[in-house]
Design a protein around this ligand. Sequence first.
Ligand SMILES: Nc1ncnc2c1ncn2[C@@H]1O[C@H](COP(=O)(O)OP(=O)(O)OP(=O)(O)O)[C@@H](O)[C@H]1O
Ligand SMILES: [Mg+2]
Length: 434
Amino acid sequence: MAPLLVAGIDFGTTYSGWSFSFKHEFELDPTKVATKRWYGDQLVSMKAPTCVLIEPDGETFSAFGFDAETKYTHLVEAEEHDKWYFFKRFKMQLYNKDIKRDMKIEDETGKKLNAQLVFSSSIRFLKDDVLKVIGDRIEGVITSEEISWVLTVPAIWDVGAKQFMREAADMAGISSDKLILALEPEAAAIYCRHIPAKKGEEGSLSTFKTGSKFLVVDAGGGTVDIAVQEVTDNGSMKNIYKASGGDWGGTKVDEAYVKFLERILGMDSIDEFKRSNMEDYMLMIRDFEIKKREVDPQKSDKPVVAIKADKLKVDMDVVRNIFKIQIEAIVDHVSNLLDQSTIVEIGAIVLVGGFNDCPLLQQSFKSKFDDHTIIVPNDADLAVFKGAVIFGHKPELISQRVSIYTNGIEIRVPFIEHVHKESYKIKDEDGKVR
Ligand SMILES: Nc1ncnc2c1ncn2[C@@H]1O[C@H](COP(=O)(O)OP(=O)(O)OP(=O)(O)O)[C@@H](O)[C@H]1O
Ligand SMILES: [Mg+2]
């Protein structure tokens, strides 16, 4: 039975959010989903920073998002933060790791906690938050049977990481039979398929015909996740190539900025600054988050780097360099994908994810792939969670998936010691180890 309500959770590296829509709303307009406005001190956003604060007992949830950041900053100010656990941008700790249930992850000060506890307390917060808003909006009750949940995961994550998220969701009170995992670029593509084409606008994904093939590049804070898709006969989409990507997300630009500061001011000074003025260091990083969104590729003002009225002025050419490595990695990867003979006739490239809001990145795509249509939806960073809700109402929109590992023909390969993971080892009927 189709769910009465679908709630989507996009648990991102840097930002997370939720969205939902009722069945009757979805039928009127699939792109219309409810989201929340999260308030930070400088930023109002539809997503909150992915950070969670846990009490010194190592169990009790304290706060999530902007609230967690603020509360932790106060603790730092009062020099009481030592025993608290503050996790920020911790999703990347699952990327390319051999994930075990008892795996531990490190908080900002290097203290370790069980990863599943950290993930599930964050998911529980988002779940309870969305349920509260839903409860306020409707009269009467809605039973958990009538709600379907969609949690998004990067397409390039391996099976272990995806299973880990499923279990964390279960611990958070979302039972597995009510949960669909959606791959982030797939969810984004679903959303883009549903945005109506504007008058006179060319290359909207909604008008793509059967057989059209396109790339979806979801560039978030942590990973850049790429899916190659084709529109099928019934208008749904299928993945025609394995997902690919890398850890070239927007937070790498933040790291490059800190490296740049270390180069001009000395690593010791930055270390010392962090140690003795943690709060100011955090504010500086927050400021950079605002500044990096205001980058104007057209502007150029000399001198190159200078201190003016207590402000660090950095010329556009230097800024370009801070973004350069990540942008080149993304563009090169897409270029290689397009060159592969198995991926033919890609007409369009769809850019989603917050990092794709960056004019420098968009510009690089437009100049490098000028024979392709480049599509960037208005709300590139929200495409994933909006698409997740649409997917929950109509899971048939994705007709088939390609394994991320191989298009091979052998299902069980012979087991090779030290090459294959021990946990995947099985004995076949014929007694051979595979
Ligand atoms: N206008 C902009 N210019 C440059 N970078 C931007 C801009 N807007 C957002 N970003 C960056 O995009 C990143 C966040 O993107 P998004 O919200 O899609 O990430 P996420 O979903 O948290 O990450 P992931 O999908 O990897 O888990 C941040 O690094 C942010 O600084
Ligand atoms: Mg994302």
